[in-house]
Design a protein. Sequence first.
Length: 661
Amino acid sequence: MSFSSVLVANRGEIASRVFRTARALGYETVAVFSDADRDAPFVREADRAVSIGGAAPATSYLRADAIVDAARRAGADAIHPGYGFLAEDPAFARLCAERGITFIGPPPAAIAAMGNKAEAKAAMMRAGVPCVPGYGGGDGAPVDDAALIAAGPTVGFPLLVKAVAGGGGRGMRLAADADGLPEAIAGARREAKAAFGDDGLILERFIAAGRHIEIQVFADAHGHVIHLGERDCTTQRRRQKVIEEAPSPVVDGALRARMGADAVAAAQAIGYVGAGTVEFIVDESLDYYFLEMNTRLQVEHPVTEMVTGLDLVAWQLRIAAGESLPLEQSQVTWRGHAIEARLYAEDPMRGFAPQVGPVRFFRPPEQKTAGVGIRVDSGVAEGGAVTPHYDPMIAKVIAHGATREEAIRRLRRALVASPLFGVTTNGPFLVALLAHEDFSAHRLHTATLDEWSATASELLSPEVIPPLLWPLAVALLAQPALGRDGNAPLRSPAARAFDVSLESDDGQVRTYRWSDDGPRVTRGDDEAFTFEGFERVDAHTVRFALDGVWRRAHHLRVAAGELWIGFEGHVHHFVEPSAAPAEAPPDPRDVSAPVAGTLVALDVSVGDEVLAGARLGVIEAMKMETQLVAGAAGRVAEVRAQVGQQVEAGAIVVTLELEDG
């Protein structure tokens, strides 16, 4: 089972993460990449790299044959699947074995046993692991739409409709009552079919105010199985994890021991080998129920590494090489607290809608030694871009501290110190969330963020631009001494006073008067700001003094009269209207794709009458469905795409003839 070269059948930050440990252990590294990732950081980091196809996952990272062929061509004798894509595909693991390649993961049979949620639930019930009450747990009962609708009242509302082949929150819908169940079934089937090629579903009772707690397990090929404690992944939006931490603030030693024993039993029941995670939902009484087992390394594995001091990827490689587990259960210890935030290209103020665009500026803090302090696992570098083809996660920022409070403080400081300019991210939201009293007091549950979004919570309402940012933007655009990134002055040094008009990212337009006297920024008779000091720290950082207090801000100009500012957790974009091209108002006759993705549903045909605000179709992109909505009432004149077709952002999908002509 020995091997010398490791190919990572994945991309982004997990590929970089595996390469880091593989190199440390003396293995050669091989990357595979799509057309969209040709210049990505992980490709440059590998010893060798092989192109495997187009940007769409179906033409590259989901092509098992192309990946195995790449291993042969590059001389790799082991494959690490990372997470997502083919990581939990038993057919891929079998193909590796057939070609004489070591698969760094569990046996195909173990992957298959947990790959179908219905069968997995039945296996766990046989093993004595507590499971959520539901319908369709591998008992042979019919699971067509009619059977699921009939079973709903027996399961009890609210309930979850879940794809049997699902994972990562995909293929899952909440039905609050019987009236909403048919639509939940339809949506879950559609997403499951598109994501997994299997539209099988089960029903499970929804655990209200539940916490999502998972146990990291490890098993070797010699019959040894242990757990490495829990991670609390309760802070989620649309069943996608946002913040994870270890240990859980609600789990004590006794509960950890019980959950750990059940997780070990789950792994033993299916002959597991390697790294795996057993996920539980925990109710308000701290009773817990099996959800699923992820037969791979988890995105959030760094928090376990930081509290145990262990390298989980190194364990994976050693176990795949035939070694025994390096520790027994009694030797596992935990130290301090670790917390991870996922930095996504998404807009929390617009329902966490995924975003695409360039990464113009991103300077995360450097990783500290010995797993203490701050660690950043990133798959996107400055100068790159977030594309619509893959998950919108940009980076994971992880902090460790002696206590939960210390870890949270360190994480917030790291996020504030590393703003990203060019594409909208959830960074400012994460900073605010970590300071929220309900998070500090661990009062959140798995649906809290969705409830906040639905009720326009202050945390998920459009951010009010701090008053200080307006004069700061004026100063950055007007201060002659600063110049543009060290080049020519912004204004003629002879200009002692002039007006500066700014438009912010929330649509406000303000005009200020800049004067070298001070220097001073005024707005009519109501606002006046006098800078007592203004100096450059580096090309993208300034220090400035107002009211006797020195502060620091990051900034970036990407064009004449266009400015990004990162200040104390806030990130905002300003332009001078005279420097920005005028945009024509959208034509309500043309219904275009808000994001690039796959058209997974089309609700109208030519000739149909529609009302303003009616749903016309659904586009799936980056693990999220986005609706196409009519901007005005009218008749469908043309449909330019078919279900299953890829559409680009801005592409017209439906054309309307308006009622008023």
